[in-house]
Write a protein that binds this ligand. Structure first.
Ligand SMILES: [Zn+2]
Length: 369
């Protein structure tokens, strides 16, 4: 399997629709820490499907050959442009604002607002992990510097005096950004590297293992989702007090395996007719759910669920899988990741049945797992 999947046609509109549904009100938008990426751990893909593997020094140096002196001064030496001079200050077009160095999408035009400060201002980052925050004590002040989550380029600062719904003001240098209008073809770096799906089907150890075997699946992470508190811990989730389901984040190459196939595989991997339990595991944290990113995924999942329900195998057995827009995914503690692969234990999932349902043979399984 190639490490960098080739994605078909991706335009700004695609990114907007992917990103739009990954936002929700219980995101940790007001916590100025060094990182706001709740997909922490060994996951390198953001909820919008971008590979956030840090750029190397040589990658940055190579790219800087194409940048202007001012762009290099700002992004590589934490420079600041003069107010009311930036080219993007008054830009009101629909589209996305990317890092000028690595082209990672950082902001959507829908979160841009007129702050009156003289610098382009936004109230929300495009996706978690795309921007990192660092305490900055230079110039005799304590401020929060913002940097690109992939190449580390300096972007500006974030302040706690922005408009609702986040109350944050991301203050940017125009020269640290590159704007792409909606409908524009996106260059490499600004296009998603993968698509993300979220599935809850009882204990995440087995579900994670089941998905990790499929060709086209690039990464699978165990975590907690659809609950009511930030940064939940295993113990609290198990006590049933946080409202989270044990879920897995599946990063996949849509050119190799599509979301509908993943949904169908999932329906046979676990028992979607058991309410708030899977076998001996009981409690709402073991509920069955597909948490979708965007309208397209929601429609696909709905279609698959109704087809599976109509099949003979489920005749007289009611599917109880919940379909909801994905809320923040919190990666589980490290010891839960790759648990089955590490321990060789068995879990509740039925991998042969799931493979059969999508017309695959166990011999097709992804190598290396
Ligand atoms: Zn960057």
């Amino acid at each position: 399997m190639s490490s960098m999947p080739v994605i078909g046609v991706f335009t700004v509109g695609t990114i907007l629709s992917l990103a739009l549904f990954s936002f929700n009100e219980d995101r940790p938008v007001s916590t100025p820490t060094a990182t706001i990426n709740s997909d922490a751990g060994d996951a390198k893909y953001s909820s919008a499907g971008f590979d956030l593997t840090p750029w190397t020094k040589s990658q940055i140096e190579e790219r800087c050959k194409d940048l202007t002196e001012e762009q290099i001064r700002i992004t590589q030496a934490s420079g600041t442009e003069r107010p009311f001079c930036g080219t993007l200050l008054d830009n009101k077009k629909d589209g996305i604002y990317c890092c000028v160095v690595c082209r990672l999408p950082l902001f959507e035009s829908t979160s841009k607002f007129t702050s009156g400060t003289g610098w382009p201002s936004f109230y929300r980052a495009l996706a978690e992990g795309h921007i990192v925050e660092i305490e900055d004590k230079s110039h005799g002040m304590v401020r929060t510097e913002i940097r690109c989550g992939r190449c580390g380029g300096h972007l500006g600062h974030v302040f706690p005096d922005g408009p609702p719904p986040t109350g944050r003001r991301y203050c940017l240098n125009s020269e640290a950004l590159e704007f792409y209008e909606e409908g524009d073809d996106l260059p490499e770096g600004a296009r998603p590297d993968a698509e993300i799906g979220y599935f809850a089907g009882g204990c995440f150890w087995g579900v994670e293992h089941g998905f990790s075997l499929l060709p086209g699946v690039l990464d699978v992470v165990s975590g907690y989702q659809q609950g009511t508190v930030d940064r939940p811990e295993y113990k609290a989730v198990c006590a049933g007090t946080t409202g989270h389901a044990e879920s897995v984040k599946v990063v996949f190459d849509p050119d190799v395996i599509d979301f509908g196939t993943l949904c169908k595989y999932f329906m046979y991997l676990h028992d979607p007719t058991q309410l708030n339990r899977q076998g001996p595991d009981r409690g709402t944290q073991y509920r069955s759910g597909i948490y979708t990113v965007g309208e397209k995924q929601l429609n696909t999942a709905r279609q698959v669920l109704s087809e599976v329900q109509a099949s003979e195998e489920f005749s007289g057995r009611q599917i109880v899988t919940e379909l909801e827009a994905a809320k923040t995914f919190w990666a589980a503690e490290d010891y839960h990741q790759d648990y089955i692969a590490k321990t060789g234990r068995v879990c509740h999932v039925n991998i042969p049945a799931a493979l059969k349902a999508i017309g695959r043979d166990p011999a097709d399984l992804s190598a290396g797992h």
